[in-house]
Write a protein that binds this ligand. Structure first.
Ligand code: NAD
Ligand code: USQ
Length: 382
């Protein structure tokens, strides 16, 4: 298949592009490098040193003989996007290219407006581009489990059957997101649903949980292929942050009571889920929704798991329960269905001590790159 990976320079996109290329697909990347600019804006960095996209794809070609074409540009520049779609004529468009940090979207008005403009308008351009140029192309869109929020009933995969006043219907599952970023994903889902209905576009929304780890078989082939790893209070996510904090002698930062429960998955499963979605395109006009996570944990539970492994490695981690900078439920019911990707062949890499230990060892090679002032959360929801 010809597959475009938009956001292919990012944390999920880069390993996905490599994996799809290894599997024999003809892969190209779109990215405007804004994530690298955000590091400069936040005076932050990836824990792992990362090569430029040009160096990355050149190394991949040298090692495997496989070419990944790159297009540097913004999905919000429609002429650029049209040109890429006309050149590549993709069978699938994997869309990772959004501002993905909840704290970044909550910094202030400008960052909220940027997040929603970048994400919602960018995705709308992709929908128009597919309609206009490649109407059969399958849109594989990264959504988030956080679109659903934390309702007091089980979360279904995209849709729920409701009986009301004696009548029944299957309706989109209610959305109660917890940040302007998560809201942007809900707006995207609505726009895609509508575009499928009116133009017959085929789309799959992957409501992904929090991703942990950094390596896949491909990124480990050479230091130039290394993936980025975020640890700062804006872009770092729960489990990866906890591991890096224990490796560098920083308190493990559990926000509030720590009962916040989310779906999690290993980056090794992210890349496979994208392949499964590509192999199982939605029908024309269908908006297919998969919940993309493998296990549920509370953040308090994750902190304890990391603490145990870190102690076994001779470290002295301390779990600190901080005032929660976010507005969210800290103790709640959480039970989400995630059977569709499993039924289509996903064999999850589950979280155990060995997995935590492996990430910890990688992290410890780069401890000196941590900018300590960036580790504590500084963005408040209020
Ligand atoms: P990331 O920030 O590392 O990568 C996103 C990439 O998209 C970056 O390289 C950035 O430069 C690019 N980009 C952003 N806006 C763009 C635009 N307008 N035009 C072109 N390129 C643009 O993020 P990630 O962690 O790889 O996440 C990828 C996707 O997966 C996001 O949509 C995110 O919402 C979703 N997701 C991520 C996680 C996670 O834990 N990382 C979990 C669930 C869902
Ligand atoms: N949390 C802590 N301590 C930390 C960091 C986070 O307790 O140091 C808590 C947060 O308060 C929250 C939970 O951990 O309750 C998850 O936070 P996170 O920063 O790990 O993840 P989140 O903000 O939800 O966003 C990440 C990605 C986003 C993706 C989302 C999937 O950045 O792109 O959409 O995970 S999900 O959470 O399922 O919506």
């Amino acid at each position: 298949m010809n597959i475009i990976v938009a956001g292919g320079d990012g944390f999920c996109g880069w390993p996905t592009a490599l994996y799809l290329s290894k599997q024999g697909h003809d892969v190209s990347i779109i990215d405007n490098m804004i994530r690298r600019e955000m590091d400069n804006e936040l005076h932050s960095n990836s824990l792992t040193p990362i090569a430029s996209l040009k160096e990355r794809v050149a190394k991949w070609k040298e090692l495997t003989g496989k070419e990944i074409r790159t297009y540097e540009g913004d999905l919000n520049h429609y002429d650029f996007l049209r040109q890429v779609l006309m050149t590549e004529e993709p069978d699938a468009f994997v869309h990772f290219a959004e501002q993905r940090s909840a704290p970044y979207s909550m910094i202030d008005r400008e960052h909220a407006v940027f997040t929603q403009t970048n994400n919602v308008a960018g995705n709308l351009n992709v929908l128009y581009g597919i309609k206009e140029i490649v109407p059969d192309c399958h849109l594989i869109k990264l959504g988030t489990m956080g679109e659903y929020g934390t309702p007091n009933i089980p979360i279904e995969e995209g849709y729920i059957e409701i009986e009301h006043k004696g009548r029944k219907d299957v309706l989109p599952y209610p959305k109660q997101p917890g940040s302007f970023y998560h809201l942007s994903k809900v707006h995207d889902s609505h726009n895609i649903t509508f575009a499928c209905k009116i133009w017959g576009i085929r789309a799959t929304d992957l409501n992904q949980g929090v991703v942990y780890g950094l390596d896949t078989d491909e990124t480990k082939m050479d230091p130039i292929l290394a993936n980025r790893l975020d640890y700062d209070g804006v872009f770092g996510t729960a489990l990866n942050r906890f591991i890096i904090q224990s490796a560098t002698g920083h308190d493990v930062t559990v926000y509030g009571k720590g009962g916040q429960t989310r779906g999690f998955l290993n980056i090794k499963d992210t890349v496979r889920c994208i392949e499964i979605a590509a192999e199982n395109p939605a029908d024309k006009g269908e908006f297919q929704v998969f919940n993309q996570f493998t296990e549920e944990f509370s953040v308090g539970e994750l902190a304890d798991k990391v603490k145990k492994v870190a102690q076994e490695e001779g470290l002295t981690p301390n779990v600190a329960y901080l005032d929660n900078p976010r507005v969210e439920q800290e103790e709640h019911f959480f039970e989400a269905v995630n059977t569709k990707l499993r039924d289509l062949g996903l064999e999850p890499h589950l979280l155990d001590d060995g997995v935590i230990r492996e990430i910890l060892h990688t992290v410890m090679q780069h401890n000196d790159r941590v900018i300590q002032e960036n580790v504590m959360p500084q963005v408040s929801w209020k």
